[in-house]
Design a protein around this ligand. Sequence first.
Ligand code: UDP
Length: 451
Amino acid sequence: MEKQHESKRNRLVLVMYPLQGHMNPILDLASVLHSRGFSITVAHTTLNPPDPASFPDFTFLPISDGISTWDISPSNLVNLAYTINRNCAAPFKGCLSQIIHQEEQHGRVVCVIYDFLMHFAETAANEFNLPSIIFRTSNAAALLAFCTMAELSAQGQDFIARDSPSDDLVPGLFPLRFKDLPISSMGSLEKFSQLLAVVCSSRSSSAIIFNTTDCLENFPLTQLRRHYQIPFFHLGPLHRMAPKKPTNLVKDKNNCIKWLEKQARNSVIYVSLGSIATMDEKDLTEMAWGLALSEQPFLWVIRTCESEKKQLPEGFHELVGERGCVVEWAHQIEVLSHPAVGAFFTHCGWNSTLESICEGVPMICKPYFADQTVNARYLTHEWGLGIELGNVIQRTEIEKAVRRILVENEGVEMRQKAISLREQIKKCIKEGGCANNSLNEFVQFLSSFSE
Ligand code: UDP
């Protein structure tokens, strides 16, 4: 079939939040929707812009955010969301007005899809009588937990402010305990509570999209359907739904794939805390000695911002030699899909969680903030794919956990469960599967806006 000219297609404007864990899934969503015949404009902040060269089919629309630099650390995240919403509202309205009025060149804009943290986009869409859709980059269980927290704090329960929340189960949120709730360490409590209310509201948007699937999150999705009165689409895992990227875009700059090639099957522990969480110097030292003591091969990502400030202990590299590979960044999906990788030491960000499940790799869970505690609890107590680590990182605990997951029978059983879940997800994505059906319904829903 002849490819429709871009300007004749219906155009979607996707509004991206400038953190890696939000950028990857919205770009995957954009690729999925482009493959279904829509023209794509990605609106992004000038902070942390995406690389347009990697997405030649999309139009990119920079929105001036007035931020020159930002310390992207957990304690600064709530502030970042506030600043972006305040600074980007007017410039985005201007940009949207321009592309709406350049229909000949850009195609007709039919809808604005925005990252749930970019809620200024909904106000702008309303002004131009455009429908808007919320895109949730994290999972349904985390949203359900956020909504429950908002309800509990509205009833006057002060658990958000408590220093050490309890081990008790949260009523209606099995298997979550109070201490698994995504309680903020991301900035001021007052601002966090206000953000909770915004995050849980569907505002005037027409639908919500989740990067998840029914076979992982049937319970929270069912609960949320009762809570919200608007259509729901679970289109994940989006990195698996999106057309495959050309392999030449994936460069093994750090040679870690070459190093993996030399390791035995299922023998390597891959260690990465995503793009925001960091270990302090003490934890880094404990981690290093824990990996050394485990005597298992490891691939460890220590981001530049960390390695500039903190040093690995003296004698560590000499001790581990070729058994360890330390890099500043790895192409995670490629690493997780490598047969040598037997387990993942993770902070349990939602993308990392999905990516690991989709490759059938069990996890050692060390959550830090936001939805990570919820994901860790689901991994360890709902899906049975993870080992929970205590709050304090200790070398002997690391050594034990690494050996349990790579060497002992417990790890073999977890890997079997992970593989079985991976196969279920593959079915969900295939024609007739729940994720594929949900995508078809979503495409129909979007098409109804242009009738
Ligand atoms: N990532 C990567 N290489 C790394 C670390 C992270 O490609 O060395 C990617 C990872 O595949 C995932 C994203 O960055 O898609 C991190 O998102 P996640 O939700 O796991 O965590 P966050 O960074 O938001 O805390």
